[in-house]
Design a protein. Structure first.
Length: 296
């Protein structure tokens, strides 16, 4: 491969960024300077000097979160029911409420493990996705839960209202996911992306949509939304991934119909299996009620 193509793939940066590094002499091949169009050969020694980036600091502010409830709390974990419009942790560009900010406001101390702006966070839900999630309070729980998510021993169940009727009504979507090649804010099924596996089963069928139970084997960003969009059955209301805006308006939805309703894992303290559930929030329940009414 050419230097610009190969390095872009290796480092996950753009070709133009690699080109400017090469032009400034920060890329060396076998000890000597190289250009972006030179070829990378097997066995060559490649050195790259990356500029030090000033990371924008994001700090957790203790701000109460309306509608967020604590489902369970003990010395090691806190389980919350996350409302819509709430991010899990602060990030550059996000000025809305966060789960960590809400916990801090409620006087809940979380583990100090992990980067400063997301201490105690072992998994995430999109800001527009509601439901149950766990945050580690002790350092031991942080390590144990991180390992459980990595080893896929956590049962993550979602309900999704998707357009149309997936065929078969019970199946598995196994398709790699990575950033969208053209739109940086989106993800897509991409050849060579990260392994992503979604299992689903029909719960209830309506004329215009289907309520499906979804079990995630992997936990990629936007995984359920991307996978159902890829099989031409996007989550109802998910305009980012191709949902019908007319149907969304008819059902009064301002976001994707996707809810994390059940989370099961071995409790870090004693290994017993625990499961926590979350009811549909009002906007999602209203949409399902409307579909049932329209079908009768």
């Amino acid at each position: 491969m050419r230097v610009d193509a190969g390095l872009a793939k290796l480092l996950g940066i753009s070709r133009s960024a690699v080109a400017s590094l090469a032009e400034s002499g920060d890329v060396r091949l076998d000890g000597g300077p190289t250009s972006k169009s030179d070829r990378l050969l097997s066995g060559s020694w490649l050195e790259v000097e990356l500029p030090s980036a000033e990371q924008p600091r994001t700090e957790v502010s203790a701000v109460p979160v309306e509608g967020m409830t604590i489902v369970h709390e003990d010395d090691d974990i806190v389980v919350v029911n996350k409302p819509v419009g709430v991010a899990v942790h602060p990030s550059p560009g996000w000025e809305g409420p966060t789960v960590l900010g809400g916990l801090a406001a409620a006087g809940v101390r979380v583990a100090t493990a992990g980067p400063s702006e997301r201490q105690g966070v072992v998994h995430r839900l999109d800001a527009g996705t509601t439901g149950v999630m766990v945050v580690a309070k002790s350092e031991f729980a942080y390590s144990a839960l991180k390992r459980a998510f990595k080893e896929r021993t956590v049962d993550k169940h979602y309900h999704a209202l998707v357009q149309g009727h997936p065929d078969p009504s019970k199946g598995t979507i196994d398709a790699p996911i990575d950033r969208h090649p053209r739109h940086d804010y989106k993800f897509a099924v991409v050849t060579g992306g990260r392994e992503s596996v979604t299992h689903y089963e029909m719960v209830e069928a309506f004329r215009a949509a289907s309520l499906v139970d979804v079990k995630l084997e992997t936990g990629r960003t936007h995984q359920i939304r991307v996978h159902f969009s890829a099989i031409k059955h996007p989550c109802v209301g998910d305009l980012t991934y191709g949902a019908d805006p007319v149907l969304a308006r008819r059902l009064g939805l301002a976001r994707q119909w996707l809810h994390a309703y059940s989370l099961g894992f071995e409790h870090p303290a004693d290994g017993r299996r625990v499961t926590f559930d979350s009811d549909y929030p009002p906007d999602l329940q209203h949409a399902v009620d409307l579909l049932r009414e329209q079908d009768h």
